[in-house]
Design a protein around this ligand. Structure first.
Ligand code: GDP
Ligand code: MG
Length: 206
């Protein structure tokens, strides 16, 4: 749930990058942070990553963005990743608390189809744990790693990914590459707009 501070006139919206381990969540945040740093001098917070020895996120990566004013309120976006590995259930659940929007980063590698599905089912369960669902919390899919050469590595085609993950929800999806940046900014832009719109529609300004 967005945090609206009437005294300070701020609206804080929380967006979570969710998905199986190594699907590209941290790489998404790093790309966004690098790009915004170049264009938005000073209005973007530090990217905090808690690195472990491997390249997997143990807790989360996080950074805030200040998006300027809307209806006289300062709009603040908080971007988080979750740890993808199955064993970090408690942390994942904690990070998800208070989510307004979710980017589900699915791995296009054929070998990760089951991991994508497991992670998506886990997301629904954890939303339920916080008494949330995908009617209230906005979600967008990323079919990530589309830059990989299909002649060299087997990828799931987009139609199959849609069928496996998006057949019920039928929400917006972007083929992406967190490495080259394909659709990375478009994804965050889309979910930010959608989430903020919902928050504002549900807020009574006094
Ligand atoms: N080729 C390719 N590799 C990617 C892409 N996104 C992430 N990776 C690589 O996949 C690995 C895991 O990425 P990471 O962002 O740490 O995954 P996370 O566990 O979801 O945070 C790293 O070696 C990344 O460089 C992508 O779009 N294309
Ligand atoms: Mg990570």
């Amino acid at each position: 749930m967005a945090i609206i501070n009437l005294k300070e006139k701020t609206i804080q919206v929380k967006i979570i990058y969710y998905g199986p381990g190594r699907s590209g969540k941290t790489t998404n945040l790093e790309y966004i942070h690098n790009r915004l740093q170049k264009t938005l001098n000073g209005e973007i917070g530090k990217l905090t990553s808690i690195d472990t020895k491997g390249d997997r996120t143990l807790f989360f990566d996080f950074f805030p963005i200040n998006l300027g004013k809307i209806a006289g309120f300062d709009l603040k976006l908080q971007l988080y990743t979750t740890p993808g590995q199955v064993k970090y259930e408690v942390t994942r659940r904690l990070v998800l608390k208070g989510a307004d929007g979710i980017v589900f980063v699915a791995d296009s590698l054929s070998s990760r189809q089951e991991a994508n599905r497991e992670s998506f089912d886990n997301l629904i369960q954890n939303l339920n744990y916080h008494k949330l669902d995908l009617d209230g919390v906005k979600l967008v899919f990323q079919w990530n790693k589309r830059d990989l050469d299909e002649n060299m590595i087997s990828l799931t085609n987009i139609k199959d990914m849609e069928e496996q993950l998006n057949s019920e929800l039928k929400t917006k999806s972007f083929p992406s590459s967190a490495v080259t940046g394909l659709n990375v900014l478009k994804t965050v832009n889309f979910i930010a707009k959608k989430t903020v719109k919902t928050v504002i529609e549900n807020t009574v300004f006094q």
